[in-house]
Design a protein around this ligand. Structure first.
Ligand code: ADP
Ligand code: MG
Length: 333
């Protein structure tokens, strides 16, 4: 049991990790509306509700089992996996360190069913429940059994900000999905409407200035086995005095997804900044989503270490810089 708890602690170290995993499950289930509710940074309450496929009643007791995943049907799937990281561990890990309730209704089921866990053990049986189509996962008292973890997460404002940050990344990546974040009964902190337009999402999240006239990115490179798409806020000159002032105020964001998972790649980030910098430009927001053949991505990266590795990384990065350079040239004309 201790070993299991240690393993869980490695995957879920703060509320934002849990939110990332839960939101990802909603998207995997085909949800088009996802609502995240948090209290006290997610430590008192963390709830993620979706309108996705739902879970079969008979599968409910399995979802919080370790390595329980409905997403790997055979060993062969392992190599074709479009997502990476550890499979079937997320819900089990969260359930291990909280009181967790799953309420879910499949479209074809007569009603919703729910199941609860406390610190990894099922409490009671599956019960019929009220609830519309889709799944709601409610996490109460995250890390309540761990005094040290809770005291390390005392700053609720910071934990809330991290949760918002994770959801904002997904909202830009998936403009076709409506995301809502509610915090501490203060109403809505983030709302994207799912219009399908990234420009709309950027406007709602970061204001009109960032969203105005952005540059859409799209690059396919069959020889290097990747596709890239994304959006860049209109670059501004770093030379003018006005820009220097703006630069101090604006925080720059570089968001990277690989095969639909948010990750970081320092090399790609800095080379992108250099490409812009060489022209005396910077941008306040840049999101790139890469699709790379899964067999070329290192799937053994630890879930909390979000820095990824993939084959021919340097070549891919160089190709992206070349592309950005072309885009900037075309745009300045
Ligand atoms: P994984 O996503 O790697 O399969 P998880 O621990 O995140 O593992 O989830 C376990 C299983 O629970 C999933 O494979 C899926 O079948 C089910 N599940 C979890 N969340 C949802 C959801 N929001 N909608 C439908 N099914 C879900
Ligand atoms: Mg998952």
């Amino acid at each position: 049991d201790v070993v299991r708890k240690i393993a869980a602690g490695e995957v879920i170290v703060r509320p934002a990790n849990a939110v990332k995993e839960l939101v990802e499950n909603c998207l995997d289930a085909g949800a088009t509306e996802i609502t995240v509710t948090i209290k006290e940074g997610g430590l008192t309450l963390l709830q993620v509700k979706d309108n996705g496929s739902g879970i079969y009643k008979d599968d409910l007791p399995l979802v919080c089992e370790r390595f329980a995943t409905s997403k790997l049907r055979s060993i062969d799937d392992l190599s074709r996996m479009t997502t990476f990281g550890f499979r079937g561990e997320a819900l089990a890990s969260i359930a291990m360190v909280s009181t967790l309730n799953v309420t879910s209704k499949r479209r074809d089921a007569p009603c919703a069913y729910q199941i609860s866990y406390k610190n990894g053990a099922m409490t009671g049986r599956i019960r019929p429940s009220a609830g519309g189509d889709g799944t709601t996962i409610t996490v109460d008292g995250l890390f309540e059994a761990s005094e040290s973890r809770r005291s390390a997460l005392k700053n609720h404002a910071e934990e809330s900000a991290r949760v918002l940050d994770v959801v904002a990344k997904y909202a830009v990546h998936r403009p076709d999905v409506a995301f809502v974040v509610m915090r501490d009964e203060r109403g809505c902190d983030l709302r994207s409407i799912g219009s399908g337009e990234r420009e709309d999402v950027l406007g709602v999240l970061y204001g009109d200035e960032v969203a105005k006239d952005p540059i859409e990115l799209r690059l396919d490179d069959a020889s290097l086995h990747f596709e890239m798409e994304g959006i860049m806020a209109r670059p501004y000159s770093t030379h003018s005095a006005e820009a220097k002032d703006a630069k101090r105020k604006r925080h720059k964001q570089f968001v990277l997804f690989i095969n639909s998972r948010p990750v970081s790649c320092v090399a790609l980030k800095s080379s992108t900044e250099m490409t812009l910098g060489a022209r005396g430009l910077a941008t306040s927001y840049l999101m790139m989503a890469l699709k790379i053949e899964p067999s070329r991505v290192d799937v053994n990266v630890h879930p909390t270490k979000d820095c990824v590795f993939f084959l021919q990384q340097d070549d891919v990065i160089e190709r992206i810089q070349e592309y950005l350079d072309t885009v900037l040239t075309a745009d300045l004309e």
